[in-house]
Design a protein around this ligand. Structure first.
Ligand code: FAD
Length: 444
């Protein structure tokens, strides 16, 4: 029988798999890039324009907020550089305390000299204690950073970032908040070296959309093919328009929970949770207190957001052409997390937009907002219950019916663009047709 493998989704993972394998890619939307898709918006116009529009007086934004390419295997970075030139950046990031207006460089635990002395000493003393055993993210954070930094930043920030799951989910991705007493001590008195997964990053000249388009040019993509179900008995995918297509195997970048639902499968373990993110893309005249940071972590905001990023602090090409030299305008992304299944309606989003603009004005970050545009990422951050076996069981159950889950959402892991591309390359190569090797066991 002729092998028939399809790739689902033309985000970064699916594009890389499509390039490596030459297999067809089925994409729900009309564009490649998925959550990394860029678009443009003119002041005074609420209709997004394509990122490659020749409208010079528009802000450029990204679907999922600023996406900076950090880390990554050298071979993946080499691949990206072959497709287009990139700029290199060293992270400028802080924790911002709106009540006092204070900034503490990120990560806060390695910059204790920015805090009051008694507080810094107490934090150091608590960090020096051995971390008690614990199972949840809250246990891990308090165990490693103590109550003082916990109350000041870690607890309220994680509460917002995980949309309230912080006390119930397993600790994960501990490399995001490196806990090292030596560095904390060093940072209490002088500069400590930058640490974490995103100390440096690259960004494509011309925007992330150019990377997606150049990758797509090497793929066989069918756009407008939204899949609604997998008939795992008959091995057919069903599309939103009623069409069907047979398959033998699928390489799916769709979120694991959605793939399970579409396949009509369940496993004994309780499904792990995810959170959604409402991204607010804002173009505005610059406020007199607008920082130069690339992004800020916020432990408290009236509007409920936890991170504010500044596209234009990274690259002025995000601004309308007439503002690029002076930098008198600013383009911003604001992220707020929501528990799964609680997408706010249009009215609530409009109220939220107004509230965020007001708050950023009060903070002095912006003067007049020219563009305010919300986007919704349904599955944004994936989490696990302590000791959960759901992810492994779900991936296995799908594999048994010929569906291989790949990428950040497919595999339910924290992963950046570069790692998603690597995942796609590995999977794509494993499914590539090699002369002399058949697809159902052994050599021809
Ligand atoms: C808020 C946020 C910020 C992030 N910031 C960064 C960052 O700064 N740097 C970084 O490196 N990474 C960042 N990431 C991670 C990065 O976005 C991912 O690693 C990467 O984009 C994942 O790509 P993907 O192709 O696996 O998924 P996606 O981009 O989600 O692609 C999936 C594709 O499948 C399509 N699809 C979905 N459902 C269907 C269906 N039913 N039928 C057909 N097609 C379908 C979608 O339209 C989409 O094109 C961030 C993620 C989030 C959520």
């Amino acid at each position: 029988m002729e092998e028939n493998t399809l790739i689902l989704g033309a985000g970064m993972t699916g594009l890389a798999a499509g390039i490596a394998s030459g297999l067809p890619v089925l994409e729900a939307t009309d564009n490649p890039g998925g959550i990394c898709l860029s678009y443009r918006m003119r002041p005074g116009d609420d209709q997004p324009l394509p990122a490659d529009s020749d409208e010079d007086e528009a802000y450029r934004f990204e679907n999922g907020g600023g996406h900076w390419i950090f880390g990554g295997d050298p071979t993946v970075l080499h691949f990206i550089r072959r497709l287009l030139p990139v700029q290199h950046y060293a992270r400028r990031s802080s924790v911002y305390f709106p009540d006092s207006g204070a900034y503490v460089p990120y990560p806060i635990q390695n910059h204790l000299r920015y805090l009051d002395k008694p507080l810094a000493l107490r934090a150091l003393e608590e960090m020096a204690r051995p971390a008690p055993p614990g199972t949840t993210m809250a246990d891990w954070v308090t165990g490693n950073f103590g109550d003082t930094l916990g109350e000041l930043f870690f607890a309220p920030f994680h509460e917002l970032y995980t949309a309230g799951l912080y006390n119930d989910i397993a600790a994960q991705d501990s490399y995001k908040s490196p806990a090292a007493l030596g560095l904390a001590l060093q940072g209490a008195f002088s500069d400590a070296p930058a640490v974490g997964y995103n100390t440096t990053f690259i960004y494509p000249q011309g925007g992330l959309n150019v990377l997606a388009q150049r990758m797509a040019a090497h793929c066989d993509i069918e756009y407008g093919r939204r899949i609604t179900a997998f008939d795992v008995q008959a091995r057919r995918v069903r599309f939103a328009d009623g069409d069907e297509r047979p398959y033998q195997r699928l390489l799916s970048t769709l979120p694991l929970n959605q793939a399970m639902d579409m396949a009509g499968l369940s496993v004994p373990a309780r499904p792990d949770p995810h959170t959604s993110v409402l991204v607010l893309n804002i173009g505005a005249t610059r406020g007199d207190k607008c920082p130069d940071d690339h992004w800020l972590y916020v432990p408290r905001s009236d509007s409920g957001f936890h991170r504010v990023g500044f596209y234009s602090a990274v690259d002025r090409s995000f601004l309308p052409a007439s503002a690029r030299a002076s930098g008198n305008r600013v383009s911003i992304y604001v992220e707020r997390a929501f528990p799964a299944g609680s997408q706010p309606d249009e009215r609530a989003v409009a109220d939220y937009c107004a509230q965020v603009v007001k708050e950023l004005q009060q903070w002095g970050f912006i003067a007049e907002a020219e563009v305010v545009h919300p986007t919704w990422v349904e599955v944004a951050y994936t989490w696990s219950w302590p000791g959960s076996g759901w992810k492994a069981q779900a991936i296995k159950a799908l594999e048994e019916v010929g569906i291989y889950q790949i990428g950040r959402y497919g595999r339910w892991i924290f992963q950046g663009i570069a790692d998603s591309i690597r995942d796609g390359f590995i999977a794509g190569n494993a499914f590539r047709r090699y002369p002399g090797i058949n697809d159902s066991g052994g050599e021809r």
